[in-house]
Design a protein around this ligand. Structure first.
Ligand SMILES: NC(=O)c1ccc[n+]([C@@H]2O[C@H](COP(=O)([O-])OP(=O)(O)OC[C@H]3O[C@@H](n4cnc5c(N)ncnc54)[C@H](O)[C@@H]3O)[C@@H](O)[C@H]2O)c1
Length: 359
């Protein structure tokens, strides 16, 4: 049995407590929240779970093996650092940290203390994303050419992070999970309509050397809610609509071929449209799958699906997107593991991997 303490019983913490309560081999010992009304709510729903106002009561409790952090992003690093130093396994909400530097420090601490550090990228545990990965891995779509995602609604303006940091972690983690290639650069633009320097509409492009391209449209200012992703290959294309209750994935047998007419200096494109296939998907609650993966990975000392590598890559892309937005969309490079350097007036941000048992 793994004893868990959860810090933060707000919107998402409520879902985490419910799912860790149901997870295998797990006992939720305590939940911390600074707001007394949240602890009252906890007592109503889970009278058997101890509620505390100070997160230290969880972090320094020797009976607690693992700490789950579901607080606003700016507090992820200080709370995770304390918990890792106490030798606790840590599950941290997305996005993992406010900067690459913080994320890398957390990874170092997890490795030094030989504990599991995992990030809750919940979408990786959905039947829809698992199906998309299978289709891409098995080359069902042919050669993958693009991923295009729209995640817009009339959303809560966050006081500390922009719309990309709030919404795009979901899509970037899906991109990272299903596409094996490494991106080399990003371009991003965005705008704030509240004059507080926090963009409420933003567009991010992630560029690859292979000819694949990914694009993300995020907004808190859309009158309609859209959660849609296209993944296109040269043989088939997927439409993923997360708002569909059952038919979330549609596979279009649609493709194109192009040939070059050297005499006329023309590119000739042939289009093909065929059937639309709707696969059956697993309907297990994603968050329960995530909670079981966290507990199971601690027990088996294995790397979880939503590993810190994905968490770090997401923060790396988000940090680069901030730089690009501040430079009016200029290209910001993402390159080899280890460092950050300047090259030809472009910021080169270097991708890296850790070396722990759990990495
Ligand atoms: N995985 C997902 O799909 C998903 C969805 C929503 C939110 N999130 C993430 O979850 C995190 C929390 O978001 P939220 O929407 O639940 O926020 P929220 O503001 O609703 O809840 C945060 C709670 O943490 C408490 N808190 C903050 N600092 C604390 C501390 N030091 N000690 C004890 N309690 C503290 C606050 O009182 C609040 O109740 C964010 O990182 C967010 O990005 C993830």
């Amino acid at each position: 049995m793994i004893n868990v303490g959860i810090i933060g019983y707000g919107y998402w913490g409520t879902n985490l407590v419910r799912n860790f309560f149901a997870a295998k081999d797990c006992c939720v010992k305590a939940v911390a929240d600074e707001r007394p009304e949240r602890l009252q709510q906890l007592k109503k729903v889970f009278p058997g779970i101890v509620g505390v106002s100070d997160s230290d009561d969880i972090i320094y409790d020797p009976a607690i093996d693992a700490v789950v952090i579901a607080t606003p992003v700016f507090s992820h690093f200080p709370l995770a650092k304390k918990a890792l130093l106490q030798g606790k396994h840590v599950l941290i909400e997305k996005p993992m940290a406010s900067s690459v530097e913080e994320a890398e420090m957390m990874i170092d601490l997890a490795e030094q203390n030989n504990v599991l550090l995992m990030v809750d990228h919940t979408f990786l545990y959905t039947g829809a994303v698992e199906k998309m990965k299978q289709l891409v891995d098995h080359k069902e779509l042919g050669n993958i050419k693009y991923l295009d995602s729209t995640r817009i609604n009339l959303g809560l303006f966050q006081p500390d992070i922009n719309v990309l940091w709030d919404l795009a972690p979901h899509d970037i983690s899906i991109l990272n999970y299903i596409i094996k290639d490494r991106p080399y650069s990003v371009n991003a633009t965005g705008i704030t309509h509240t004059n507080n320097d926090i963009e409420n509409i933003a567009y991010l492009t992630v560029n690859y050397n292979s000819g694949f391209i990914a694009h993300f449209n995020c907004s808190w200012t859309s009158p309609v809610k859209v959660r849609m992703m296209l993944v296109g290959g040269d043989e088939k294309m997927i439409l993923y609509n997360d708002l569909e209750p059952t038919e979330k994935i549609k596979i279009y047998d649609t493709g194109y071929n192009h040939t070059r007419d050297e005499d006329k200096k023309l590119i000739l494109v042939d289009y093909r449209t065929g059937d639309i296939n709707v696969p059956k998907l697993s309907t297990t609650e994603a968050l329960l799958g995530m909670a079981n993966d966290f507990i199971g990975s601690i027990q088996a000392k294995k790397r979880p699906k939503s590993s810190y590598n994905i968490g770090l890559d997401v923060v790396r892309i988000l940090e680069a997107s901030n730089k690009s937005i501040k430079q009016n969309g200029c290209e910001v490079l993402l390159d080899q593991p280890g460092k950050s350097v300047k090259q030809n007036n472009l910021e080169v941000i270097i991708q890296g991997n850790g070396n722990s048992l759990y990495q």
